[in-house]
Ligand binder design. Structure first.
Ligand code: 13P
Ligand code: MG
Ligand code: MG
Length: 385
């Protein structure tokens, strides 16, 4: 069968700030999606990471399917109605249009989808998948850990131990500043790694949208959402909070290789409080609220198997729930506090392009409008009086 995994995520409100969805909101989302199980949806999972709800589904309808996207939209709408009644903060925050046209890409929710031939034989005798969700950051937050897991033998020994991995991968990279249409580039490892790094270093502009095997080019390994909310809304309405699907094992990196960079790199990323600061992204168990000072960004990672019928295993593994990660989180807290000690200064805040979507512009505009800047040579004498 041709199986599609769709992960659609939205922030539709949370009690007490940008924290976590209320149980009753989650129930409303779950109840809407559950009605489609056995019809258009084979299986589903509802999880949250910070204030974002992720709907993960398997089905046979392909990517960008109208019915699947409409189902997620309806579920988020039902959840929003409950959040509104409860008085939750930011009810419906990521639902940026009245009704999506066709699919919900461009309507606010983050979307990661991946279709493959689900045979459970040959190069994929078993299908294991990791679902990542991140809160308080943009799609570029995945770039460094995912790049290292797929391209650097320091993190992925499989690149030298397994010939299929050693053939490398094709990275499809999105130019997220190009809002009018999708502007993409396909670059391969190992040959073009410097070009890949040259783009991915700019985490607010470029992000990995997909990764494909070079040994088996029909096999897409990874899909990451690259939606940017400020491109849709034209202003800051909340952070993008991306989701990702990564297929693992056999011809692809193993979960232990994929999580390795998340332990040793803890990259500083843009997001955090008001989406306007820079803090290290920190691994946390799935279904964890965000309660830290300045909303240090978090990422969760779930490991699931998929059976012959396309159903998820009834037990899954929450990678970042292991006690190992408590040590990593302490390092991330140290890193975060170190950056926060310089407050608003320099690299502690987001770059100017990001901040141009915030109210900071008003400060600059008012100074200009009220003629508060002066040219020393021409107007200096007058200004001093
Ligand atoms: P979210 O994007 O997770 O809603 O966070 C927004 C924010 O501004 C937190 O300070
Ligand atoms: Mg929020
Ligand atoms: Mg969020």
């Amino acid at each position: 069968m041709k199986l599609t995994i769709s992960v659609l995520k939205a922030d539709i409100g949370s009690p007490g700030g940008h924290t976590k969805p209320a149980d009753k909101v989650l129930d409303a989302v779950r109840s809407t999606v559950s009605k489609a199980r056995g019809k258009e949806v084979i299986d589903y999972l509802i999880t949250y990471t910070g204030d974002d709800i992720a709907i993960t589904m398997t089905h046979e309808r392909g990517v960008n399917d109208h019915k699947i996207h409409q189902l997620a939209w309806d579920a988020f709408k039902e959840g929003t109605a409950v959040a509104q009644r409860r008085g939750d903060y930011g009810a419906g925050q990521d639902l940026l249009v009245d009704a999506p046209s066709g699919n919900i890409r461009g309507a606010g929710p983050a979307v990661a989808e991946l279709e493959f031939d689900h045979k459970l034989s040959g190069e994929r005798a078993a299908e294991s998948v990791m679902i990542f969700a991140a809160d308080k950051c943009g799609p570029g937050a995945y770039s460094l850990p995912v790049y290292l897991a797929f391209a650097d033998p320091m993190y992925c020994g499989g690149l030298i131990l397994k010939p299929e991995l050693g053939k490398g991968f094709t990275f499809r990279i999105m130019d997220m500043d190009f809002a009018e249409s999708d502007r993409l580039v396909d670059l391969t490892t190992p040959e073009e790694m410097y070009s890949i790094v040259g783009l991915l270093r700019d985490e607010t502009r470029y992000a990995i949208e997909g990764i494909f095997s070079r040994a088996y080019p029909h096999q897409q390994v990874a899909a990451i959402s690259t939606q940017r909310l400020h491109n849709i809304a034209g202003k800051y309405t909340g952070k993008d909070d991306p989701v990702a699907i990564i297929r693992t094992q056999s011809i692809f990196p193993a979960p232990e290789e994929i999580v390795m960079p998340w332990a040793s790199v803890l990259p500083f990323v843009t997001g955090d409080c008001r989406g306007s600061h820079v803090l290290p992204i920190t691994p946390y168990p799935v279904n964890t609220p965000v309660r830290s000072p300045y909303c240090q960004p978090i990422v969760s990672s779930l490991g699931i198997s998929i059976n012959r019928e396309g159903r998820f295993s009834d037990e899954y593994v929450d990678f970042f729930a292991d006690t190992y990660w408590e040590h990593i989180r302490r390092i991330a807290v140290e890193k975060g506090l170190s950056m926060r000690s310089q407050g608003w200064f320099g690299v502690a805040m987001a770059n100017n392009a990001e901040l141009s979507y915030t109210g900071l512009n008003k400060i600059y505009e008012n100074l200009e409008k009220n003629g508060r800047f002066f040219n020393r040579e021409k107007e200096g004498a007058a200004a001093a009086k």
